[in-house]
Design a protein around this ligand. Structure first.
Ligand code: GDP
Length: 617
């Protein structure tokens, strides 16, 4: 879409089809042959520019399967169709994007300084990626750093012969392909790990493809050479067949033979990385405002939205105002990969930041602005643009009963919004769900982000008839009410494969699995009583539904599930009771859990045999 600027009337091959069963275009007397437009142009505005009645365009697009209104802004592909239909050359005006988070300030060569190489390790599952990352992390830190090393922020820096190397620890499972693809884009070097006892496998090839597509140089690490059935020659041959030729054979690629388990050869691999980094002459300018990429993000129980950033240029200071995706903040705290609070972060450093107003997505770009006002404005603009784009990507069909409509062959696309407590899992769910698409039904995940289900999610679901899938997040009473008013289905799960099973069943026009969790009701914690021997008793008011003795409960804080377990006891006025209805107060305990806080929501649920819905509505 980005590089398509002119929509040419001369492309006549498809023009005929567009006219097929449509009434012929009505042009007014004043013929227009050329016009220009800016991103976001509406149907009405374009109609005026090309001198065609807007209702004619709407009718034409309806015939093409697109439902739009006068004030819908249209995308480039749709404009392409219109250009062909009405024989007009329509050219896009490229305007400087003031909302861009790219590093667009040129660097003075004298400011450029060497920076640490950023390395991603990729490979087939079980070939030893985690073992290698752990070995490097554990062996290349100094004593005093060791305390904080257990914490995991998705990336770390290590010391090799006095020089730093940054490792990105991107998830290895197949479902994370999408994120790994991004991982490859923010790295300078990809180490592809191949187990010598298993050889080149599908994900090895996939990793090579990603690295090649991103034009990132590769180092091969042949792992598990300690194993008796290691067959190094076979790995060499398999890789050569795939176009990866080792230097020893006159090729371009460095090969290291290692045992990630014992550490044999790992130092040599690290030195190869430094050698390659030297050749690549990796530099950045620390004397400017920071830009880079979000590696990971999550909604933390205590700290709110937390993001791990990779600084790619400039220096990030505590107190800086930044925009990440469409979130913004004045950076409250910068924490390095060893868990220490620091004042500034330099190019190639991975750091965690606290203070964002919402959770950005892994892979989002970030940029520091010179004022909080500017950052807030850019973030708001980006949020609006994002919502508009999401709306455009959804197709505006209407349906009541998805399974029924699929069975009837009426429904060809299911729109889904995924919300989860961690951005990585939202991504994983998105890619797994979209893979369920088949010839009859397409699954489109139109939004996949971390955080509680919000009003904006309900609005988007309503505009696009989407189902909302929540993982480890719970809608509060207000959101549930809004969802019910808008007839939005919210499906809540803790386990990805169960959600996939349910969706698959629905796509086959079947009902969801027989046993499903049913939410009984919710109560808000008003007061806490600590009683020795018993623990924390929560004085609650039941907001809706009922809370039943012995039911399962989950504790929700700020929209995120903090704990799932069983109700310990349920009392009214010191008497044990079987259930408490909405509007009544009660005292309750949660089995084996005492960390209850005022304002927490306690949701009661149980597994019931149901035919319809585990809907939160
Ligand atoms: P990942 O899925 O690529 O992250 O693989 P892991 O690091 O989890 O390793 C998979 C299994 O292989 C684990 O049981 C490791 O202990 C084992 N493993 C990893 N590296 C070596 C090695 O060099 N030698 C041997 N013998 N086993 C290894």
């Amino acid at each position: 879409m980005a590089n398509k600027t002119t929509h040419n009337k001369k492309n006549n091959n498809t023009k005929k089809n567009f006219r097929g069963n449509n009434s012929s275009p009505k042009k007014t007397s004043k013929t227009v042959t050329d016009c220009t437009y800016k991103e976001g142009i509406t149907v009405k505005e374009l109609a005026e520019k090309i001198n065609v009645s807007a209702s004619d365009i709407i009718k034409f697009l309806f015939m093409m399967g697109k439902m739009i209104t006068l004030n819908t802004s249209i995308d480039d592909d749709t404009i392409d169709l219109i250009a062909m239909q009405y024989n007009v050359n329509i050219t896009k005006e490229e305007v400087a994007d003031t909302n861009s988070l790219e590093d667009d300030q040129p660097d003075d060569p004298k400011d450029m300084q060497l920076r640490a190489p950023i390395v991603t390790i990729m490979g087939h599952v079980d070939h030893g990626k985690t073992t290698l990352l752990d070995f490097i992390r554990k062996t290349n830190v100094t004593e005093h750093e060791f305390g904080g090393i257990t914490q995991h922020i998705g990336a770390y820096q290590t010391d090799v012969n006095g020089q730093k190397v940054t490792f990105l620890d991107t998830p290895g499972h197949e479902a994370f392909t999408a994120m790994r693809a991004r991982g490859a884009k923010m790295t300078d070097i990809v180490v592809i790990i191949v187990a010598a006892d298993d050889g080149v496998m599908p994900q090895t090839k996939e990793a090579i493809d990603h690295a090649r597509a991103a034009e990132v140089p590769i180092i091969i690490a042949i792992n598990k050479i300690d194993k008796h059935n290691a067959n190094i020659d076979k790995v060499y041959n398999d890789l050569a067949d795939y176009g990866i030729i080792p230097e020893e054979w006159g090729g371009q690629t460095m090969f290291a033979k290692i045992s990630a388990k014992s550490g044999l050869g790992v130092q040599n691999l690290l030195e190869m990385i430094l050698l390659l980094a030297e050749v690549l002459e990796l530099k950045a300018n620390p004397n400017k405002l920071a830009t880079g990429t979000v590696i990971e993000s999550k909604l933390d129980k205590g700290r709110g939205p937390v993001a791990t950033l990779l600084i790619q240029n400039g220096t990030l200071h505590a107190g800086d105002c930044l925009v990440a995706g469409s979130s913004y903040c004045r950076v409250r705290k910068i924490i390095d990969d060893k868990g220490r609070e620091i004042k500034a972060a330099y190019p190639s450093m991975p750091v965690e930041i606290v203070g964002l107003n919402s959770v950005p997505e892994a892979g989002d770009r970030f940029k520091v602005f010179d004022s909080e006002k500017k950052a807030r404005q850019v973030a708001q603009n980006r949020e609006e643009i994002k919502i508009e784009a999401e709306r455009r990507n959804s197709n505006g069909m209407s349906f009541d009963d998805i399974a029924y409509q699929i069975q009837e062959g009426n429904l060809k696309e299911i729109n889904i919004i995924v919300k989860s407590d961690v951005a990585g899992s939202a991504e994983a769910v998105k890619s797994s769900m979209e893979k369920l698409s088949n010839d009859e039904v397409k699954v489109s995940v139109i939004r996949a982000t971390a955080g509680a289900i919000s009003e904006s999610d309900i609005m988007l679901a309503s505009a696009s008839n989407a189902i909302i899938y929540g993982f480890n997040v719970r809608p509060d009473a207000k959101i549930k009410k809004l969802a019910a008013e808008n007839k939005i289905s919210i499906r809540l799960h803790n386990i990805i494969y169960k959600a996939l099973e349910e969706l698959e069943a629905m796509m086959k026009g079947m009902q969801a699995p027989v046993y499903q969790e049913v939410v009984l009701g919710q109560a808000t914690v008003r007061q806490l009583f600590k009683v020795s021997k018993i623990g924390t008793i929560a004085g609650c008011i039941v907001d809706d539904g009922i809370i039943k003795n012995g039911c399962s409960v989950r504790l929700i804080r700020d929209g995120v599930v903090v704990y799932t377990g069983k109700l310990g006891s349920l009392q009214r006025f010191k008497d044990n009771v079987k259930e408490v209805k909405a509007g009544y107060e009660c005292g309750l305990t949660i089995e084996k859990f005492n960390d209850i806080k005022e304002g927490d929501i306690i949701e009661g649920f149980e597994d019931q045999e149901v035919k319809e819905d585990n809907n939160a509505n």
